[in-house]
Design a protein around this ligand. Sequence first.
Ligand code: ZN
Length: 240
Amino acid sequence: MFAVISDVHSNLEALQAVLDDIRSRGIKDILFLGDAVGYGPDPDDVVKLLRKHCKVLLAGNHDWAVIDYTPVEYFNEYARKAVEWTRDVIDNETFEALKEFKLIKVLKDKNLFCVHSTPKDPDSWNYILTLYDAEINFHYFEQQICLIGHSHRPVIIERLPTGELLTYRDSTEINKTSRYIVNVGSVGQPRDGDPRAAYAVLTDEKVEIVRIPYDIKSTQKKMQRYGLPKILIERLQRGM
Ligand code: ZN
């Protein structure tokens, strides 16, 4: 049994709530799929916690923008402001740690392919939003399951041996003959209309999306204090 988290975006309260829940289930194996920073108020503490608890650490587009591996022009105005703010406030340890985050990770023992955006073009930061996008990407990894984040919208996509695609919102059994793309959602800035933190728990038999409430107001207060864009503060309580 293991847990998969993604898109924490410097939201310490959400990350702590999720780590508490993972611990309460007795799970020790945690994979992180990228976007540790950007948007939220606690980049240093979040990166420290992720490095302490996760055995896989992947990079997202925000992580790469902060360390200048992805041009900041790629971002909308508000995301860019948060990237620039993050760059200004992080300590050297966080900066150096972000450089070590990888683009993809294959876990042979678990038959898993892990990436922030898409297996097809991991550093182009494209999205898998439609079944058409999913079908294309099923041809770019060989493992049974591909784990992704990036869109902040959790979904489980099953590809039957016939090629038919099925989707699930909350959970599904894992069939030995099927393959899967699992978007584990976002810990720190959900965008599916549910403001609770999202992450995934996987066993050999089952994949489940878990939702965890956290203290949104505390995160918002810090963002206000640091002058982060209002739209980023308000979207946390809407989960959009
Ligand atoms: Zn993200």
